[in-house]
Design a protein around this ligand. Structure first.
Ligand SMILES: Cc1cc2nc3c(=O)[nH]c(=O)nc-3n(C[C@H](O)[C@H](O)[C@H](O)COP(=O)(O)O)c2cc1C
Length: 448
């Protein structure tokens, strides 16, 4: 029986994906210490989650009003620590949990990214995954030696070549290269370690690579592009695809169309797991869960929404009166997340959106900007089952109202109900992330 993939949507910051989470009465505030992350990892592993994955951004969300005072004062994701370091701490506190982190192809070098993830993969026994992003906005550009964020589709062209370099390096140590034979004095077979000698439009990288191949071959690839170009990139490379779906009908349509793209790219659509972000609030009874959700809904502020919209669209929303419609020229010139912009235009038909429309439709900054399932364990499992069993997804990226409590509740209450229904594995079946996802260990060069 087909079973769902579950991923925890994690942040190395002062709040979860939901900014208001730090204002939650049960939120832990020790997010600068290792135990905070170890405890989240243990909660996910108790629930047999396939993976915990850290998102990332290379800047504070300070585009709104061109200043960071509101960001810091309101705790709008103003702390953002290095996800690889945090993931290492989490990896040392867990045995089977997959460990994903985000790294940008726009603001890094392929050799560096290949080495970081290959190292993580080796020291965690083959549990690493890389969420490939092309980054979002000018604030990131300004932190990383550029004057502005690059053009959208060009970033994905660069990302394609970036992946060719990373995969090339990951393939360059053959299995069994190291013998470490003291008797003969041979450490590794020279003919089994290859140089890449890549020279392309965006990158040059010679090699040889300095990290041997891991138990799972190489880290699992994740991607979350929503635009046409982003989906084309994901169809070519991604093994897990994180998506923002907003309703069942749209999810089924987009899921089917994305799977067709994977097939057209010559890959097996059943081995590419599409996981929408969701929110859950679960308690022993539906009434209790609804009370808790009502408390959560008191936590967001309007400034959270405006700040995060500015960040993701790469446009300062303070420049536009809240009820004045944007022009086509304005919308077309944005270099941020085009999938979100296009969805708003679609939903409004012919009418041009105002900032208030962006807030109302995206609900960004609230605990409603992903589908949410609130209720008893059966209610939440019913909602997830409906999506999973009716062609809308292969699993979920579960975001938290607060940590670690939301994951402890989910693992204790929802997971056993999903398992009882046969919708979710009872235990990890392998040692590596790839084994637990049911993916084969890739032979070198199969991606070409
Ligand atoms: C669940 C999920 C997680 C994401 N995590 C990140 C992230 O950590 N960092 C980032 O820059 N973008 C992240 N994104 C954004 C995507 O990488 C992508 O830029 C966005 O969906 C817009 O798509 P497009 O670039 O194809 O227009 C995420 C998207 C989703 C749906």
């Amino acid at each position: 029986m087909r079973q769902m993939t579950l991923v925890g949507f994690l942040q190395a910051q002062n709040c979860t994906n939901f900014v208001g989470s730090w204002r939650h009465p049960l939120a832990r505030q020790d997010f600068t210490g290792a135990e905070y992350y170890r405890r989240i990892g243990r909660a996910l592993e108790a629930g047999k989650f396939h993976m915990g994955f850290y998102d990332d951004r290379l800047a504070m969300p300070d585009l709104f009003g061109g200043d960071h005072a509101h960001t810091v004062a309101n705790g709008i994701r103003c702390v953002k620590m290095d996800p690889i370091v945090i993931l290492t701490a989490m990896g040392m506190a867990t045995e089977r949990l997959g460990l994903g982190a985000t790294f940008s192809t726009t603001y890094s070098e392929p050799f560096h990214v290949a080495r970081v993830f290959a190292t993580l993969d080796l020291i965690t026994g083959g549990r690493a995954a890389w969420n490939i992003v092309t980054s979002m906005n000018d604030a990131e550009a300004l932190n990383m030696g550029h004057t502005a964020h690059g053009e959208h589709d060009l970033r994905y062209d660069r990302a394609d070549e970036f992946l060719e370099v990373v995969m090339g390096h990951w393939d360059s140590w053959e299995d069994g290269a190291i013998v470490a034979d003291r008797g003969t004095g041979l450490f590794a077979h020279p003919e089994k370690v290859h140089r890449l000698d890549h020279k392309g439009a965006f990158f040059q990288s010679r090699g040889p690579f300095t990290v041997p191949r891991s138990e799972q071959g190489h880290p699992v690839l994740i991607q979350a592009g929503q635009s046409g170009r982003g989906q084309r990139f994901a169809a070519r490379w991604a093994e897990c695809v994180f998506v923002a779906y907003h309703g069942l009908a749209q999810a089924r349509r987009d899921y089917a169309s994305f799977k067709a793209q994977v097939e057209a790219a010559g890959r097996d659509p059943d081995k590419t797991f599409v996981c929408p972000g969701i929110y859950t609030v679960v308690a022993g009874t539906r009434a209790e869960a609804e009370d808790h959700a009502a408390v959560i809904d008191t936590l967001p502020k309007e400034i959270d929404s405006l700040s995060l919209l500015s960040e993701i669209m790469n446009f300062d929303f303070s420049q536009q009166p809240i009820d004045l419609a944007f022009t086509d020229d304005q919308l077309d010139s944005w270099t941020g997340a085009q999938g979100m912009r296009d969805r708003i235009k679609r939903e409004l038909g012919g009418r041009l959106p105002t900032p208030r429309d962006f807030i109302a439709i995206t609900r960004r900054g609230t605990f409603h900007d992903h589908p949410r399932f609130v209720g008893s364990p059966r209610d939440v499992a019913d909602g997830m089952e409906e999506w999973f069993a009716t062609g809308a997804c292969d699993g979920f990226v579960v975001a938290a109202s607060h940590v670690p409590g939301a994951y402890e509740d989910f693992s204790r209450l929802v997971v056993p109900e999903l398992q009882r229904r046969g919708l979710f594995h009872n235990d990890y079946t392998g040692a590596t992330l790839r084994e637990n996802l049911g993916l084969v260990r890739p032979a070198p060069g199969t991606w070409r």
